[in-house]
Write a protein that binds this ligand. Structure first.
Ligand code: HAM
Length: 437
């Protein structure tokens, strides 16, 4: 038997979590005036080399690259930001006068990582990007947006970690200071950090192997190298977070794994007991030079992405269960003529927004009732030879434990009336008002 590839999984029983999360994302995104964008699952490999960074772990070790039959080198997207920036430039979305331009996306990302709890090779992200504002209030709004998704999902105990890497000049001054501090002790660090020293020095700061070593504990902090403007930006962000009553921790070791960040970086973390080192359910920050680095006009930007699988682990721990939609009606059918009538009636109900189903394998009446219970159907609609002869049907309300014989033609109107009774015109069994109309 062919099995799924390592690090991938089938979404079966958990589908309700994905659907509910997506529903909340769309609802909250509307509140922040953020529209959806969908970009391809694969892009030119160069895009990720020039954005996420050639020496980042993601690009150097984790991408799925493949040459297509035309000899082009493609990469399955390991993250969403690069593709969105490409789309912004290619479609000249930056020319839209409605600045800032805010877009969100939901979809699969691919990284060749060692699979473990909260870490997969195909995983889903919900991300959002805002283009065109360099103001710290935009950082604040985006962090509030991410937190509001969690609030809407009633997820508690999430910590907000923030840091600032500074703009290009501060970041570069800091890198020099960090390297000068570490160089005399370089041989005490792990092999990977020795490589990072040359290629990606900031990543030495969040190395899991070396993080407790004195040389890293006493390392200079990005914070001390911020120039006046960068500091003012970070201080203003803190004031905005305070104004929105979002508590946060300033975390000097937070540097993030992608090269494109400048100024603010942030993560939303849950307890390590839940997800070990994969406890960041969301990460993001400002990237003021990326659009220009990818040949677009200078455009400041801020974004974030959630790992949906990690979010689901946290939600389950929090006792969240997605609503399980029940069926309005289940048809119990005895005989060929009854089946013909039932097909017409089910078509009518579904056209009018009433959910229904039936047994299509000609089982016994008892077995059909069992199926009706399994589907948690509110009504059983029973049609046999006698009902066909009289042009009636038997309607059993399985919640109220009542039973009536009604004319076949009245089925739709009767169900509508009962499903919307005392609910102000909306169906109690439907998720949204008007579903059943
Ligand atoms: P990232 O930190 O690489 O940032 O990923 C964002 C989130 O995706 C992580 O916090 C985590 O929850 C989830 N994630 C990452 N890798 C995996 C994996 N292998 N399995 C399961 N979940 C994973 C980005 O991707 C940036 N594009 C975020 C961003 C948007 N920055 C600015 N705009």
């Amino acid at each position: 038997m062919i099995q799924k590839m390592k690090g991938t999984y089938d979404i079966t029983d958990d589908i309700g979590f994905y659907q509910e999360i997506e529903k909340v994302i769309r609802k909250v995104s509307r509140l922040y005036n953020v529209k959806e964008i969908r970009t391809p699952h694969f892009e030119n490999r160069e895009l990720f080399h020039r954005s996420v960074g050639e020496h980042s772990d993601i690009v150097s070790k984790e991408t799925y690259d493949f040459e297509d039959r035309g000899g082009r080198v493609n990469t399955l997207r390991p993250e969403g930001t690069a593709g969105i920036v490409r789309a912004l430039i290619e479609n000249k979305l930056y020319a839209d006068p409605r600045v800032p331009l805010k877009r969100y996306y939901i979809g699969s990302m691919f990284r060749y990582e060692r699979p473990q709890k909260g870490r997969f090779r195909e995983f889903r992200q919900f991300g959002a990007e805002s283009f065109g504002s360099s103001h710290p209030s935009q950082d604040g709004e985006m962090i509030d947006y991410a937190m509001n998704v969690l609030r809407a999902l009633k997820l508690k105990n999430v910590r907000v970690h923030i840091n600032s890497l500074g703009g290009t000049a501060s970041k570069s001054a800091y890198k020099d200071a960090l390297k000068a501090h570490i160089e005399p002790h370089l041989e005490t660090l792990c092999r990977e950090c020795q490589i990072r020293f040359e290629t990606n020095p900031l990543r030495m700061l969040d190395c899991k192997k070396d993080k407790d070593k004195d040389v890293l504990k006493t390392a200079p902090r990005t914070f001390d190298y911020l120039n006046e403007d960068d500091s003012a930006h970070f201080e203003a962000l803190k004031r905005y977070l305070d104004a929105m009553k979002i508590s946060y921790t300033v975390d000097h070791s937070l540097v993030r794994g992608l090269d494109y960040y400048t100024h603010t970086v942030f993560e939303l973390q849950v307890s390590e007991a839940l997800l070990g080192q994969q406890n960041a359910i969301c990460g993001g920050g400002r990237y003021n030079t990326l659009v220009e680095d990818l040949d677009g006009p200078p455009t400041p930007a801020f974004g974030f992405a959630f790992g949906i699988e990690r979010l689901i682990v946290a939600l389950k721990e929090n006792g969240f269960t997605p609503p399980s939609p029940s069926l309005h009606a289940y048809f119990i059918i005895m005989g060929d003529e009854a089946r013909e009538k039932a097909m017409g009636l089910m078509h009518r109900l579904r056209t009018g927004g009433i959910t229904c189903d039936a047994d299509f394998t000609k089982r016994s009446m008892k077995a059909q009732f069992k199926q009706s219970a399994r589907h948690n159907a509110r009504f059983a609609v029973i049609i046999g030879e006698e009902e066909v002869a009289q042009n009636t049907l038997n309607l059993k309300d399985q919640r109220e434990a009542t039973e009536d014989t009604i004319p076949m033609n009245d089925l739709y109107i009767t169900l509508m009336e009962r499903l919307t009774r005392n609910t102000n015109g909306s169906c109690k069994d439907c998720s949204e008002k008007g579903d059943s109309q």
